[in-house]
Design a protein around this ligand. Sequence first.
Ligand code: SF4
Length: 326
Amino acid sequence: MNGLDFDMGRITSIIGERSAKKVGLQFPAGLKRSGLKIAKETQERTGAITYISGSSCYGACDVDDVLRAYVDILFHFGHAEMEPIDKVVFIEVRSNADIIPALRQALKMLKGDSIGLVTTVQHVHKLDEAKDFLTKHGKTCIVGRGDSRIRYNGQVLGCNFSVACVNADEFVYIGSGDFHPLGIALATGKRVIVADPTLNEAREVEPKLILRQRHAIIAKALDAKSFGIIVSTKRLQMRLGMAEKLCQKAQKRDIDTHMIFMDEVKPEMLAQFKVDAFVSTACPRIAIDDVALFKKPVLTPIEFEIVLGERDWSEIKFDEILGGTR
Ligand code: SF4
């Protein structure tokens, strides 16, 4: 199906082994359109009743707990497990896309000798092939080990670039989209070349534009007298301790702060709160990806510390949710 492996054989055998009668299916936005087909095939193969989660699903941090409570098994598609959760089975949906044409383009752009290889879970099984290809062309490849939030060596999340803590001259990111490679560029200060197997092209990411945008947002928040500190209710996005500390720091400076618990952080929901600016301790992508949609500045915790005068502007990088060592 679309070059993606939904692992139907594994799904069928897990349902059989556990004699599951009620099966939940949860997909992120890009895979939801496959939901009906997967549900039908699951029913035909196993006789189980399927229930599809129609709610948003942004990552392995975001499991549909209401559906999970109701079913015998919940299959969560498109993400790698961060920590075991009762009844939840993660189906990673690996891509069959050929990575070599894009890597060939990337190779022409590489300047250094040692290359850090990073990717998302969709291509993580191709890292050995990528390593072989670049090694044959004279490069030394390093695949970093991430922290406990990361399941595979070389795997990045939008909130975790711990695998990029390696001593490489530059990085090759295998995947599409610019968020992850920009995060790596800002976290490491190194060049990052995207080898995009969907478009069969390579490009270098340029963090200057996003930095300019973030500077503008921080500058707007400097005069704010009141802040809403957003705390996510999603199980592996919640950073309550961090939110409480930020509140205390701000209150010491006579800045009015309020903690706001939310499941979905949407512009129309923030509009209900009459504060001058917000800080998101939820998914680090929200403040960056949705910047054009928010009417008021939404800062990351790092950016808020710059507003408070606790960090230098030069320390701007993407916010991360880090785990322990593994
Ligand atoms: S916190 Fe955000 S970036 Fe991290 S896994 Fe969840 S959805 Fe993805």
